[in-house]
Ligand binder design. Sequence first.
Ligand code: FES
Ligand code: FES
Length: 195
Amino acid sequence: MRRHPPTSGTVTSGERDATQPQVRDQAEPSLSNATNRVDSGEAGQITLTVNGVTHHVDVADDTLLLDALREAVGVTSVREGCGVGACGACTVLTGGTSVSSCLALALRYDGAEITTAEGLDENDDVVSSFVECGAAQCGYCIPGFVLMSAELLAENPRPSEQDITDHLEGNICRCGTYPEIRRAVAVAAERRSPK
Ligand code: FES
Ligand code: FES
């Protein structure tokens, strides 16, 4: 299950964030990118290594990691859905650990190593199994699901059906592609670790 960012301190690569339970049907996300956020306050420069490339990014003290990645770094697979940590569309991996970037202050991720869906090879077992299993309709949610699936298989190469369901329960697919997504994760696991 995806971790919410910490409320203080700087997050280093691989550090686990505070965990708060999330339930899929707690919130209906808006798929709009509209936001009323106002960047204000102290500016600073942070360094983000995104998919192996280092970026120096100017941010305000209230700039979200989501916005820094999309607007300054240009990674558009990181998407805003709910904006409150309840849908998983904005998921990134920091040092292999999933984080809701819509809740993460960019300044706290200075020096972090971040993986987005763009950073996964097209031949990656998770990516290819999603394609082959038809695990997408509109595709809006899929980068988040793919990253969560990659995290799961890194932690648990042989997940049960329940393990897959549990790990993905904080992510929402408004198109209802859940059966295909779960099947894709199982196929990827089988390929990586055949019985
Ligand atoms: S946009 Fe929904 S969890 Fe971040
Ligand atoms: S929201 Fe459309 S495929 Fe998940």
